[in-house]
Structures are given as structure tokens and as C-alpha cells.
Design a protein around this ligand. Structure first.
Ligand SMILES: Cc1cc2nc3c(=O)[nH]c(=O)nc-3n(C[C@H](O)[C@H](O)[C@H](O)COP(=O)(O)OP(=O)(O)OC[C@H]3O[C@@H](n4cnc5c(N)ncnc54)[C@H](O)[C@@H]3O)c2cc1C
Length: 601
């Protein structure tokens, strides 16, 4: 088993050579930082993840949190790790200095968080939710709410949750039934039930700040009637002293396939005692506010899926170098010693596929983090606006593609281990179980597909799509060596076919039933995702070729860069061509699934 969480050489390559993250320190917001401070924070994250998060990853999976007398009992190591994370300043990492933050770029924070998720996704869930909930309060909360909740959330005394899902309403949030009734003193009483709420109860923090979606009585139907409330577990006064227990109660813990270290809770609001909720922003605007947290979480889910995939890849790579089995077809002599399985082409296929998926997924998510930075801190207003549009377009892809291909990578890691991979003695089965959540939560990948084809592509007269095409064109033209040019050509041809099919789908949406046009939205998401990741591989390949041409390159560097190019080749030869099938199905608006009837199954 390797204790490497993410290959630092690879991360440096992506962050600095491909994404030019060091240049962010030239921006006003980050001008107290430099490559050295970025590296120091990343180094701390890597070390802390190995020392505080990784050691209890397997134990937290085996000894799930337990529901005892209305409370949660869980491993003490989870609390210790959370505390260490908070004390090192990671919860507040990207927040302003005057909030106690480090004003670090999202690109750097995302990289740091990659180590924690790779080490222990269950424990990492608590601080990540807290950061995102605090960010929502920072942007949309009142001054009073900010003063009351931000300091204890950012220093780790309080944690945060997002409470959207109800037993009968998961994908379809317009149907939520939790209600909010106004009181005379300006706040609300919340009544209802939520399910699957991550971190909804635990034994690691003094208080929990639930961000709850509910409908104020008399609100318009559907999503336009949803409001957002802060519902603290403990009520506090202005000094932060506890004045009482709020009427939000743990109704039960949910037992899961993976991610077992993060509690999944069923919560009841206002059943046994009044549950006080405090409106965030304006009434009926709640889903809009919550979308900030959801979009952030969607990028986080994609990132998490990529790094859990990465972890499995590194484990299986090490195993493949050690495990001796069989001989080459060209030299089957049984008197000779067996070879390490990495010598077999089929094992290399499985390793290369993993490498292509996880390093491609990681590149895509780091690109997303960079867009967040550009949206928030680029000195040019147009560049900020364009980054926001591109981010909006790509968010469903950045959530869905890594969460589809991260678990696929973990599946291949199990296969590389053979029988050992199927046992609980080795870590790859847990990687797969943990990662299998990612296509489901934060909007299933089916919902992401509908979001992409039904909305994001056409939004703002497809401006986001045009921006992506322009940027892609720059990288296509930057291909200078013959192999990169060959890959650029195949990407360019695929792109032309994708543009044509997109135009046809757009026209079809004007005159045909959306049921038919959107029936194969998942194919569109696959097509779009593969083009996006091929783009990321071309960017990596262009840089790798340039580095290889530099004089005095070390052998280790040469090996690393050749590995990048081989993985790029894998993606262009083995993966990109698979979109041909999507294009045919989309072009024909294939109605096989749409026309299948329930009674025919
Ligand atoms: C471990 C875990 C942690 C979670 N954490 C949280 C949390 O912290 N907070 C929170 O609020 N929620 C949380 N969730 C809930 C999660 O977001 C939902 O499970 C998810 O959105 C799907 O909702 P659902 O389970 O009700 O499935 P459903 O909505 O019933 O969907 C079932 C299937 O139908 C498909 N489907 C549904 N509607 C459509 C449609 N219109 N068109 C096409 N296909 C459709 C879906 O893609 C899916 O395949 C968590 C879930 C899990 C499992």
C-alpha cells in the first residue's frame, strides 16, 4: 500500500506548468502570496492528510457512527482530525484576512482539499460542508447572521450542513414540503423532515448550522416558493452563549455503501419542540442562494471523485509493480521466474485507463478552480464575467465526468489486484464504495445531463459555449509536434461534429417535444465531458512536449513527461472515439428508451 495521496510531481505540473497558478500571486487579492507560500500550504495539507486523516480511514469505514440515545457516537479520531484541520486555518483558507482567513486562491485550496479527500473522504466531508455553508452565509446572510455564525464556523467550533432533500423530494426540489411559519418577532418556525443530510448530527462540534430549504406558508408553487433558513442545533445569544436546544432532532442515521465516516442523517424539524429558523436574504429566493453552495459542492464532488480515483490508481500501480504472475507470451518458459504483472499489456491497459481518467479529471477540476479564481479576482471585468459564464456551463460536466470516471478507475484498480482487490484486506474496494456516491449526490448525473442540454448550453445565447470554443481553439493551435497535432486534429473533427449535433438539438428543441430531445441527455453529457477532458489532455500534452524539448532534462522528468504523453495518447486513441456512438444516437434522436413502456419490462 502506498501512502502517496496525490503524486506531487503531477500536481505541480498541473498547477504550475499547465494552469500557471503562480501568476495568481500578481493579483491584488493574493499579493501577499507567492509560489513559495502556495507550496507551503500544499505541503502542510499533504502532511496533515497523511498523519491525521489517512490513519483512521479504514477504521471509520468499519466502525460506522452509531445512534445512541438520540446522539451520535463516532471515532474520536474524526474530531481530532477536524480540529487539526480547523486549527491549521484550512476552513477559513480562502476567506478574507479580516475574517481570519488566509486569502488563498481556490486553485490552491482545491489542491489542498484533494489531499484530505484522498486520505479520508468521510472525515473530510465535515470541514468541506462547513466552508461551503460559511461561504453562503458570507455572501447572502445579514450582517447580524454573519457576525453570529461566521467566526465560530471558520474556526471550527460550529459545522455547517445543507438540508435540501426530503423523503419524497430528492431530484425534484420544487416538491419539498417543509414549511416555515412567521413568528411575531421576525423569525420563523420550521416544520418538516429532511433525509440524507450529511453531518446533520455528529460529535465533533459545539453547534451545527443547518441551511434548510423550506416554503413559507402561502408561497408560490414550485421552486419560486422556496426560501432558505439558518436553523442552528443550539440557540445562542449575541455573545454566542447557548440559550437552549432548538427543535431540530436526529430521527435516525442512514447506513451506506461507502462514505461511512460522514454521518448521513434523517432530521425532523419542529416535531417535539419548536424549531426556530432565520430567513437568509429575501423570501422565495432560497434556491438561488442555495445554488451557490450546490455549485461549489458540485465542483467539490467532481474533485473528490477524481482524487479517490487517483488514490486507487496509485495503490494498484504499486501493487502491479510488486505482484509476480505469469510470463510474456513471447517468453513462456516455466523454468524462468514470473514477471511483475505490470509487464502484461492488459494490466498496463487498466493502469493507463485509470491514469487517463484520474489525471484528466483532476486537470478538469483544477481548471474549474481556476475559473472560480478568475471570476472572483481577475483584474479585468470582462474576464471575470467570462470566467463566470464558462464556469456555469462547465459545472455539470465537472461534477458528472469525474464522478462517472473516478469510480470506473476504482473498478479497474480492483481488477488490477485480482482476487486481492475484492477483499477487505486491500484498500481499493473502499475507494470504489466511497466513490460510488459521487454520481448520486449533489444532483444525480442524470440531472446534470438535463441541466447541461436543457439549460446551460443555451443560456445567454450560448455565450458560455462560444467562450469554451474560443479557448479550445487556442490550445488546438498551440499543438506544434506531430503527435499533438494529430490529437488536435481528431479533437477538432470531433468538435465540429459535436457543434453540428448541438445546433440540430437546438433547432429540435424549438419544434419537437423536449421529452424526445432531452431523452438522450446523458449521451450529450458523455460527449461534452469527453471533449472537455480531451481538451485537458491536449493542454497537458502541449506542455509536456515543450518541457521535453528543454535542454538538461533529468531522466525522472523525462519519464514523467513521456508518461503524460502516453496517457494523452490513450485518451485520444481509446476514449475520444467512443463519442461517435453518442453523436449517432443524438443525431437520430434515438427514441428507444423514450418509447419503452413500463409494462414491457
Ligand atoms: C450519502 C449521501 C449524502 C447526501 N448528502 C446530502 C446532504 O448533505 N444534503 C441534502 O440535502 N441531500 C443529500 N443527499 C441527497 C442527494 O442529493 C439525493 O439522494 C439526490 O439528489 C437524488 O435524490 P433521490 O435520492 O431522492 O433520488 P430520486 O430523485 O428519486 O432519483 C432516482 C433516480 O431517478 C432519476 N431521476 C429523477 N428525476 C429525474 C428526471 N426528472 N429526469 C430523469 N431522471 C430523473 C435520478 O437521476 C435517479 O437515477 C445525500 C445523498 C446520499 C446518498
Amino acid at each position: 500500500m502506498t501512502d502517496t495521496l496525490i503524486n506531487r510531481r503531477d500536481l505541480d505540473f498541473l498547477l504550475y506548468d499547465v494552469m500557471d497558478t503562480a501568476s495568481l500571486s500578481e493579483r491584488e487579492r493574493f499579493n501577499e502570496h507567492s509560489r513559495e507560500t502556495f507550496d507551503a500550504v500544499i505541503e502542510t495539507a499533504d502532511r496533515m492528510a497523511r498523519e491525521k486523516f489517512a490513519p483512521h480511514n479504514s477504521q471509520a469505514d468499519k466502525e460506522e457512527p452509531r445512534f445512541v440515545n438520540g446522539q451520535v457516537e463516532m471515532l474520536p479520531e474524526v474530531k481530532e482530525a477536524f480540529k487539526a484541520y480547523a486549527e491549521a486555518g484550512f476552513i477559513a483558507g480562502r476567506f478574507d484576512y479580516d475574517l481570519g482567513g488566509m486569502q488563498l486562491p481556490e486553485s490552491v485550496m482545491a489542491a489542498c482539499n484533494g489531499f484530505f479527500t484522498a486520505a479520508n473522504p468521510g472525515t473530510a466531508g465535515y470541514p468541506f460542508l462547513t466552508t461551503a455553508a460559511a461561504n453562503l452565509i458570507k455572501v447572502f446572510g445579514s450582517e447580524e447572521q454573519k457576525a453570529k455564525y461566521l467566526p465560530p464556523m471558520l474556526d471550527g467550533r460550529y459545522t455547517g450542513t445543507m438540508a435540501l432533500t426530503e423523503p419524497h423530494a430528492g431530484s425534484s426540489l420544487s416538491d419539498i414540503r417543509t414549511t416555515a411559519s412567521p413568528t411575531d418577532d421576525g423569525h420563523y418556525l420550521i416544520k418538516g423532515a429532511k433525509i440524507y443530510i450529511s453531518g446533520g448530527e455528529q460529535s465533533i462540534s459545539d453547534n451545527i448550522v443547518h441551511l434548510v430549504l423550506a416554503k413559507i406558508k402561502g408561497a408560490p408553487p414550485g421552486v419560486k416558493g422556496i426560501s432558505l433558513f439558518i436553523v442552528p442545533k443550539f440557540l445562542t445569544d449575541d455573545q454566542g452563549d447557548v440559550t437552549g436546544r432548538n427543535g431540530v432532532a436526529l430521527a435516525g442515521l442512514i447506513h451506506k455503501l461507502g462514505y461511512r465516516g460522514t454521518t448521513s442523517t434523517a432530521l425532523s424539524f419542529g416535531d417535539d419542540a419548536p424549531c426556530h429558523g432565520y430567513l437568509v436574504g429575501e423570501a422565495h429566493q432560497g434556491l438561488k442562494y442555495m445554488f451557490q453552495m450546490m455549485n461549489e459542492a458540485r465542483l467539490g464532488v467532481g474533485f473528490g471523485a477524481a482524487v479517490i480515483g487517483y488514490r486507487g490508481y496509485l495503490h494498484s500501480l504499486e501493487y502491479a509493480k510488486d505482484r509476480l504472475q505469469g510470463r510474456k507470451p513471447s517468453d513462456p518458459d516455466p523454468t524462468k521466474p514470473p514477471v511483475p504483472i505490470i509487464e502484461h499489456a492488459d494490466v498496463r491497459r487498466m493502469l493507463l485507463a485509470q491514469k487517463a481518467y484520474v489525471e484528466g479529471g483532476l486537470a478538469l477540476c483544477l481548471y474549474g478552480a481556476r475559473l472560480v479564481d478568475d471570476q472572483n479576482s481577475h483584474p479585468d471585468a470582462t474576464a471575470r464575467e467570462e470566467a463566470g459564464k464558462l464556469l456555469d456551463l462547465l459545472t455539470p460536466v465537472m461534477k458528472a465526468w469525474p464522478s462517472e470516471y473516478g469510480p470506473k478507475a476504482n473498478d479497474l484498480a480492483i481488477q488490477v489486484y485480482g482476487g486481492a482487490g475484492y477483499t477487505r484486506e486491500y484498500p481499493v474496494e473502499q475507494c470504489w464504495r466511497d466513490n460510488r456516491l459521487n454520481p448520486i449526490h449533489e444532483g444525480t448525473n442524470g440531472i446534470q445531463a438535463l441541466d447541461l442540454l436543457g439549460r446551460k448550453i443555451w443560456q445567454d445565447r450560448s455565450h458560455g459555449l462560444q467562450l469554451m470554443m474560443q479557448r479550445l481553439q487556442v490550445d488546438l493551435e498551440a499543438a506544434t509536434t506531430s503527435r499533438c497535432q494529430q490529437w488536435a486534429l481528431s479533437l477538432s473533427e470531433t468538435l465540429q461534429r459535436a457543434v453540428k449535433v448541438t445546433q440540430d438539438l437546438g433547432a429540435a428543441l424549438q419544434k419537437e417535444s423536449p421529452d424526445r430531445v432531452l431523452a438522450n441527455a446523458s449521451c450529450y453529457l458523455h460527449l461534452f465531458g469527453h471533449i472537455s477532458v480531451a481538451w485537458m489532455w491536449l493542454r497537458q500534452a502541449n506542455v509536456a512536449e515543450a518541457r521535453l524539448a528543454e535542454p538538461g532534462i533529468t531522466e525522472a522528468d523525462r519519464n514523467f513527461l513521456e508518461g503524460k504523453l502516453q496517457a494523452a495518447q490513450y485518451f485520444f486513441h481509446w476514449e475520444l472515439p467512443t463519442v461517435a456512438q453518442d453523436i449517432v444516437l443524438l443525431q437520430n434522436r434515438d427514441d428507444t428508451c423514450l418509447e419503452m413502456r413500463g409494462e414491457w419490462f
